[in-house]
Design a protein around this ligand. Structure first.
Ligand code: DCP
Ligand code: MG
Ligand code: MN
Length: 340
């Protein structure tokens, strides 16, 4: 996002930022959350600088830039490249890992196991590996699931869910969340909150799992369930699957979150994101002896020496998104401003 932080190509550190950003995206694809976060923070710092940072020493003096990242900044300035980035580009096993991590539901452990077993292509997996049903679908629809969904199509998927749910029970509300609510031009998937004023979680679950989802399957709109908390967890509120518009053959990833009214505010914050914004607002809650999760904001949380929580705390607010910001003392941010 070149607009964020006043960064333009005129920024004296533009080239450094560009290369660090590429490295960061690589780590993100590799599901290396720590390095991704460290790079993102370092990049944000660099974007704010008005002079060119040329030495490791200068870089390390800035906030959120540790010694290793500082060395990389110096390397980029001196050589106009980053060996580590070049190496990952050329490493064929890195490419395989990246390929496997693009499969829905495949994490680092699983992807590395496949590599250990000698598999190198999606076809290897299909013909030789023992796959779960979800992985099979993830491979069959690899290209579908790995391309962005235009905003208008996200809307069209959302409308089908809204219309179907409205016919089942017109008190229900379905809202498209995630990057769509932040105003993104395209999205990785379609995230939806399903709720009904006054309804218990049990009621929501019955309507969604026993009526809505089967009906959407029957209509040919839903194509697969990939992860659902239905069978194993009676308090489960999630459904992950795939949907497809009539006359199309492209499958899209669809996520439902079932939310009782009294948790709506916290769920709105959680499901709007982005993930980095969520991390930072949760950390802020923590610093104030509170705790924010997707159900609510809690106060008087007691923590042990290693930061582990000793009690659940007392619910302060769950219903209203605005009120949660207020209690935390954070100025209100519109969804499109919640990009870190
Ligand atoms: N979320 C989070 N932490 C995660 C995953 C998700 O806080 N590890 C929250 C914030 C996200 C929201 O859930 O914005 C939806 O998750 P997605 O993975 O669908 O991400 P986005 O919708 O933000 O982006 P994309 O367009 O890639 O789907
Ligand atoms: Mg999303
Ligand atoms: Mn999602």
């Amino acid at each position: 996002d070149p607009g964020a932080g006043g960064y333009t190509s005129q920024n004296p550190n533009a080239r450094t930022i560009q290369i660090l950003d590429e490295m960061c995206r690589h780590y993100d694809k590799m599901q290396d959350t720590w390095r991704t976060l460290a790079y993102r923070k370092g990049i944000t710092t660099l974007k704010k600088q008005t002079t060119k940072i040329t030495t490791a020493r200068q870089a390390a003096a800035l906030p959120f830039i540790g010694s290793r990242l500082a060395d990389k900044i110096e390397e980029i300035v001196l050589t106009d490249r980053l060996r580590k980035l070049d190496n990952t580009r050329d490493d064929p096993l890195d490419a395989v890992l990246r390929l496997f991590l693009g499969i829905y539901g495949a994490g680092l452990v699983q992807a590395n196991k496949w590599i250990q077993a000698g598999y190198r292509t999606l076809e290897d997996l299909q013909t030789k590996a023992k796959l779960t049903a979800s992985h099979e679908i993830g491979i069959e629809h690899y290209d579908d699931f790995n391309c962005r969904i235009p905003r208008a199509e996200v809307e069209a998927h959302g409308d089908i869910v809204k219309r179907t749910l409205g016919k089942i029970d017109d008190r229900f509300e379905a809202t498209v969340m995630g990057s769509y609510r932040r105003g993104a031009r395209d999205s990785g998937d379609i995230d939806m909150i399903l709720t009904r004023p006054g309804a218990s979680l049990a009621t929501l679950r019955t309507v969604v799992f026993d009526v809505l989802i089967p009906q959407l399957y029957k209509a040919g709109f839903l194509k697969a369930s990939l992860a659902t908390s239905r069978s194993n967890d009676p308090t489960g509120t999630k459904w992950h699957g795939a949907s497809c518009l009539p006359l199309s053959n492209v499958w899209r990833r669809m996520d439902f979150l079932l939310v009782p009214e009294e948790e709506m505010g916290a769920a709105l914050i959680y499901f709007t994101g982005n993930d980095i914004f969520n991390r930072s607002i949760r950390l802020l809650a923590r610093k104030k002896n509170m705790r924010l999760n997707q159900r609510g904001l809690y106060k008087d949380v007691k923590r042990g020496r290693r930061g582990e929580k000793l009690n659940e705390g007392v619910l302060v607010e769950g219903r209203s998104e605005k009120k949660i910001f207020e209690v935390l003392g954070v100025p209100w941010r519109e969804p499109h401003e919640r990009i870190c």
